[in-house]
Design a protein around this ligand. Structure first.
Ligand code: HEC
Ligand code: HEC
Ligand code: HEC
Ligand code: HEC
Length: 514
C-alpha cells in the first residue's frame, strides 16, 4: 500500500516534471518563434508595416490599434497663454495634444505649422520636420545620405515620406532585433557622455528606441559640398545634450540653456517682445531619465508596451499605450501593491499640482512679453531690455520643457515642478525690472491686456487663422493630391493609411471645425 502510494506519488511528480519541461520547451519555442528573423535578406518594402504582418501578426495587429487613439485637444484653447508665449512662431498657429503613432504623418501634413507649399522648393519648414514621423526617413537617409536628406524644404519629400511610424523605425528587418535607425541619437548620447545604442543593455534599448523621437532637439545649420562640389546648407536634427542629461534627477534643462546661449541659437524672435526665443520639443526621454522610474531602470516599453498574453503566447503590446493608467494590470501592477484606484489617485494629484504651477508660470511669461512690448512702444531701448529678454528667454524654455512632453508630470514630477517654479521666478524677475522701465517711460500703472481665451490671445499675437486655413485647404486640394498620386503609382504608400488618416474632412482638425 505504502509502495503503491509512493509509486503513484512519483508518477505524479514525473508527470508534473514532464509537463513543466514541456512547458519550458514550449516557452523557449515561443520565444524563438516570436523573435525569429523574417529572412536573411530582410523584408522587401520594409517601410510598409503591412509587409511585416505575415511574420509577426500579433505585433502588427496591436501596432494597428494605435489608430484607436484618434482624438486630440486644441492646446491653444486649453491654455490660451501659449498663444502669447509663441507669438510670431508657427506653434501659435496650431498646436494639438498628441495622438496615436498611426496619425503622426498625416497630422504633420495637416497642421498649419507646416504651411501651404506650392512646389518641392517652397517652405516654410525644412525637410527635418519629417524626421520623427516615418520609416521612410531612415530609408532616405540611407539612399540620399544624411546631409542631402537634411537639405531643402519640407515639400521636397512629400511624395516620398508616405508611411507613418512603423516596424522599421524600431527594428532591424533582418534580425527583428531592436535598432535605432537615425544617426542623431548616438551622436547625442556620445555628446552627453552616455553609452551608444549598441553599447547599451537590452533593458536600456527598450527606452532608447523611443529616444529617437521623444527628445529635445534643434536644427543645426550645416554647410556642406555635394559630390558635384555644389555648396549646400543642411538643417540637421541635433540633440543639445553636451552638458549632460538625467544626472542626479536633473533632466538637463539648465545645461541645454547654457549650450544654446553659448552658440547664440534662437528658434525665432518673439513678435511682441523681440526676445530671441527657444522652443522646446518633446523631451520625454530626458525627463523620464531624471524621474524615479528612469532611475530605477523601468523602461518606456514596460509601461507603454507591456507584455500581453494571448492564449499561451506572450508578446509586447504594440498599441503603445496612450495612457498606461488604462492598462494598469499589465503596466503597473507587476511592481506596485496598492490598489489600482489608489495609485491612479496619486498620479492624479501629480497632474493637479502641475496644472497649478503651469498656469502661474505661463501667466507670468505672457505678461512679461506684453509688458516688454509696451515698454518698446514707449521708446525703451534694446540695452534697457537686454537682461529682461534674457530672463524671458530662460523662463519660457524652462516652462516649455516642463510641460511640452505631456507625460513629464508623471515621468518626473519633482523635476517638472522645479522647472515650472524656476520659470515663474525668472519671469517675475523680468516683470520687476519691467516695472522700473515702464515707470521711466511714464506707464507706471500699465496692466497687460487679458489673454484668457484663445480668441483674445490670438488677436494680441496677430494670428490670422482664417487666411492660414484657406491656404492650407488649397495645398491639400492641389500639391498634397499630387504627392499621393505619385506615391501610389510608385507603390510606396499604404493605401489604407491615406484612406483613414486623412482626418481633415471629418472635422477633427482644430482649424477646420465644422
Ligand atoms: C519615429 C519617431 C517616434 C518613435 C520611434 C516613437 N514615437 Fe511616440 N510619437 C511620435 C510622434 C510624432 C507622436 C505624435 C503623433 C501625433 O500626434 O500625430 C507620438 C506620440 C506618442 C504617444 C501619444 C499617443 C496618444 O495617443 O496620445 C505616446 C504615448 C508615445 N508616442 C510613446 C512612445 C513610446 C513609448 C515609444 C517607444 C517604444 C515611442 N513613442 C517611439 C514619434 C515617435
Ligand atoms: C516605437 C518602436 C516600435 C515599433 C514602431 C515597433 N516595435 Fe516591435 N518592439 C518594440 C519594443 C520596445 C519591443 C520589446 C523588445 C524586447 O524587449 O526585446 C518590441 C518587440 C517586438 C518583437 C519581439 C517579440 C515581442 O513581442 O516582444 C517583435 C517580433 C516585434 N516587436 C515586431 C514588430 C513589428 C512587426 C512591428 C510593426 C508592425 C513593430 N514591432 C513595431 C518597439 C517597436
Ligand atoms: C518594473 C516595475 C515598475 C512598473 C512597471 C511601474 N512602477 Fe511605479 N515605481 C517602481 C519603483 C521601483 C518605484 C520607486 C519606489 C521606491 O523605490 O520606493 C516606483 C514609484 C512609483 C510612484 C511614486 C513615484 C514618486 O512620485 O516618487 C508612483 C506614483 C508610481 N510608481 C506609479 C506607477 C504607475 C501608475 C505605473 C504604471 C503606469 C507604474 N508605477 C509602473 C516600479 C515600477
Ligand atoms: C512607470 C510607467 C511609465 C514609464 C516608464 C514611461 N511612461 Fe510615459 N506615461 C505614463 C503615464 C502614466 C502617462 C500619463 C498619461 C496621461 O496622463 O494621460 C504617460 C504619458 C506619456 C506620454 C503622453 C501621452 C499623451 O497622450 O499625452 C508620452 C508621449 C509618453 N508617456 C512617452 C514615454 C516615453 C518616451 C517613455 C520613456 C522615455 C515613457 N513614456 C516612460 C507611464 C509611463
Amino acid at each position: 500500500m505504502k509502495f503503491k502510494l509512493l509509486l503513484a506519488g512519483s508518477l505524479v511528480a514525473i508527470g508534473a516534471m514532464a509537463l513543466l519541461a514541456n512547458n519550458i520547451n514550449e516557452k523557449e519555442k515561443q520565444r524563438v518563434e516570436l523573435t525569429k528573423a523574417p529572412s536573411e535578406a530582410g523584408i522587401v518594402g520594409k517601410e510598409k508595416s503591412e509587409e511585416w504582418a505575415k511574420y509577426y501578426p500579433r505585433q502588427f495587429d496591436s501596432w494597428k490599434k494605435t489608430k484607436e487613439y484618434d482624438t486630440f485637444a486644441d492646446m491653444l484653447a486649453k491654455d490660451p497663454a501659449l498663444n502669447i508665449a509663441w507669438a510670431g512662431y508657427a506653434f501659435s498657429k496650431d498646436y494639438n495634444s498628441p495622438r496615436g503613432h498611426y496619425y503622426a504623418l498625416q497630422d504633420n501634413i495637416n497642421t498649419l505649422r507646416t504651411g501651404a507649399p506650392v512646389d518641392a522648393k517652397t517652405g516654410p519648414l525644412p525637410t527635418a520636420c519629417w524626421t520623427c514621423k516615418s520609416p521612410d526617413v531612415p530609408r532616405l537617409i540611407e539612399e540620399d545620405g544624411e546631409l542631402e536628406y537634411f537639405t531643402g524644404k519640407w515639400a521636397k519629400y512629400g511624395s516620398q515620406i508616405v508611411n507613418s511610424i512603423g516596424c522599421a523605425n524600431c527594428h532591424d528587418d533582418k534580425t527583428a532585433q531592436l535598432k535605432v535607425r537615425v544617426p542623431h541619437l548616438d551622436r547625442g548620447l556620445q555628446a552627453a557622455g552616455l553609452k551608444t545604442f549598441e553599447e547599451s543593455t537590452h533593458q536600456d534599448k527598450r527606452s532608447l528606441v523611443c529616444a529617437q523621437c521623444h527628445v529635445e532637439y534643434y536644427f543645426k545649420k550645416t554647410e556642406w559640398k555635394d559630390a558635384k562640389g555644389v555648396d549646400k546648407t543642411a538643417m540637421v536634427v541635433t540633440l543639445p545634450w553636451a552638458n549632460g542629461i538625467g544626472k542626479e534627477g536633473n533632466a538637463g534643462v539648465e545645461g541645454m540653456i547654457k549650450y544654446y546661449d553659448e552658440i547664440g541659437f534662437a528658434d525665432w524672435t518673439h513678435s511682441i517682445s523681440k526676445t530671441p526665443m527657444l522652443k522646446a520639443q518633446h523631451p520625454g526621454y530626458e525627463f523620464w531619465k531624471s524621474g524615479i522610474h528612469g532611475q530605477k531602470g523601468v523602461s518606456c516599453a514596460d509601461c507603454h508596451m507591456p507584455y500581453t498574453q494571448e492564449g499561451s503566447v506572450k508578446y509586447s503590446d504594440h498599441q503603445v499605450k496612450e495612457n498606461p493608467l488604462d492598462s494598469m494590470d499589465q503596466s503597473c501592477m507587476n511592481c506596485h501593491r496598492e490598489s489600482e484606484s489608489k495609485l491612479r489617485g496619486i498620479v492624479h494629484q501629480k497632474y493637479e499640482r502641475k496644472e497649478f504651477l503651469n498656469k502661474v508660470a505661463f501667466d507670468n511669461i505672457g505678461k512679461a512679453h506684453l509688458e516688454t512690448g509696451k515698454a518698446m512702444e514707449l521708446g525703451a531701448t534694446d540695452a534697457e531690455l537686454k537682461d529682461i529678454r534674457t530672463l524671458i528667454r530662460h523662463a519660457q524654455f524652462k516652462g516649455d520643457m516642463a510641460v511640452a512632453a505631456h507625460g513629464n508630470y508623471f515621468h518626473a514630477p519633482e523635476e517638472t515642478l522645479r522647472l515650472l517654479s524656476s520659470a515663474s521666478e525668472d519671469a517675475q524677475e523680468a516683470r520687476l525690472l519691467l516695472v522700473k522701465v515702464l515707470a521711466k517711460y511714464g506707464a507706471i500703472d500699465f496692466m497687460a491686456p487679458e489673454f484668457d481665451t484663445k480668441e483674445k490671445a490670438q488677436k494680441l499675437a496677430k494670428v490670422d487663422l482664417a487666411a492660414l486655413a484657406a491656404e492650407k485647404m488649397k495645398f491639400k486640394q492641389t500639391l498634397e493630391q499630387e504627392w499621393k498620386k505619385e506615391a501610389k503609382a510608385k507603390g510606396r504608400a499604404n493605401p489604407e493609411m491615406y484612406k483613414d488618416a486623412d482626418t481633415i474632412n471629418d472635422g477633427k482638425s482644430s482649424w477646420n471645425k465644422k
